[in-house]
Design a protein around this ligand. Structure first.
Ligand code: AMP
Length: 361
């Protein structure tokens, strides 16, 4: 069985690595021939909307998936006409637009921050009047890792934010004074079997995920998060891994966004869960039984952003699992991560504190 993966970044690389023990073969499509995935499977080099490259990929594989949210929907439709393609194109389409995503959450009864679509300066002024300060102005599409967004604290922030972002459709969201941020990763197979991982706690800085603690100590949130996740999975007749990120505000979940793919906040599952999110994604799209999603201990994952730590010092930590994606260093770029796994939460917290001291900020 040959699987095509659109995008050859670290998520694609980890998917292919998870598929090797299942005797799966992979081909990537990526605009760069030396993306991280190149180390584990061949890359068809071409833009994500390059029809001849998409046709070549389709010709070389039995099934297609994607690891990247900004794949043009038209390209994926093209692909889906030739080969089975999961997760469903409709889930990707909705996830690419923050307004469509929030409308979908609302229809399914999943709470979101208050929001308004903003297509003009007049819309923005009306939205600010309705939501008040502070609020967050974001591009509806193509935002990630906090890019394409501004927090508006006072009236004098509105004009410059409009100047910076106003050339594309926007959304204004009420600022959520969250206690913490959490996410849930789960999978649904083509046969309709569904499993969810434990809810995890995520720490962001400058809009980029820095640390995930798994499981989050959140027994009351688990049931609600799982309920919301299943609702979205069933809504799309979904196959593959899906992630939903939430704010916790006043002890309740408020949905921020979803990702129709394996997710950075699920990297801990490689060593910290009975079955990794990557293997479960593959099982799900192949219609195989899903693997156990239970945590096997207490884990924490730290992203390496912009600079790598000293590998030997990380490896000297017992229980540390170092991942180097092989990317060139650049400010703000995710270059790798490390997961520590321990028997108890206290041991995990101690290991995490030691790991964090080794990771350049
Ligand atoms: P996003 O790209 O929407 O995931 O936003 C990146 C990060 O910005 C989130 O993880 C939050 O830490 C912060 N953020 C985004 N939207 C809001 C909001 N409406 N209220 C408060 N913080 C936010």
């Amino acid at each position: 069985m040959r699987i095509g993966i659109i995008g050859a970044g670290q998520l694609g690389q980890m998917l292919a690595l998870a598929g090797h023990p299942l005797a799966l073969q992979f081909r990537f499509l990526d605009s760069s021939g030396d993306a991280p995935g190149a180390r584990v499977a061949p890359i068809v080099v071409g833009a994500f909307d390059d029809l001849s490259a998409l046709r070549r990929l389709a010709g070389e594989v039995d099934l297609v998936t994607y690891e990247f949210e900004n794949v043009p929907v038209a390209a994926l439709h093209e692909m889906a006409a030739k080969r089975p393609c999961f997760p469903p194109v409709e889930a990707l389409r909705v996830s690419q637009d923050r307004v469509l995503e929030k409308e979908m959450f609302g229809r399914l009864g999943i709470p979101t921050p208050p929001y308004r679509a903003v297509d003009s300066r007049t819309d923005l002024d009306a939205a600010v009047a309705a939501l008040g300060f502070p609020c967050v102005l974001k591009t509806r599409r193509l935002g990630y890792d906090g890019r394409g967004q501004r927090v508006l604290k006072r009236r004098s922030d509105v004009g410059p934010a409009w100047e910076a972002l106003g050339s594309v459709p926007l959304i204004l969201e009420g600022f959520v004074r969250f206690e913490r941020e959490v996410s849930i990763v789960g999978a649904r197979s083509t046969r309709g079997e569904t499993r969810a991982y434990p809810v995890v706690a995520n720490m962001h800085r400058e809009g980029i995920l820095r640390v995930t603690v798994a499981p989050a100590r959140a027994p009351r949130l688990q049931r609600a998060a799982e309920g919301y996740l299943r609702c979205v999975l069933d809504h799309f007749d979904y196959a593959g891994v899906l992630t939903i990120e939430f704010f916790v505000e006043g002890g309740r979940l408020v949905a921020n966004e979803m990702a129709p793919r394996v997710h950075n906040s699920g990297h801990w599952t490689i060593e910290g869960a009975a079955t990794s999110q990557f293997e479960n994604h593959l099982r799900a799209i192949l219609g195989l039984p899903l693997g156990d999603t239970r945590a096997v201990g207490h884990s924490a994952m730290v992203n390496y952003i912009g600079r790598m730590p000293d590998r030997a010092r990380v490896l000297a930590l017992a229980g540390a699992h170092h991942h180097d994606y092989g990317k060139a260093a650049r400010a703000g770029r995710k270059l790798g991560h490390c997961t520590v796994v321990a028997r108890t939460a206290a041991e995990r917290d101690a290991l995490l504190a030691r790991l964090v001291r080794l990771v350049p900020r």
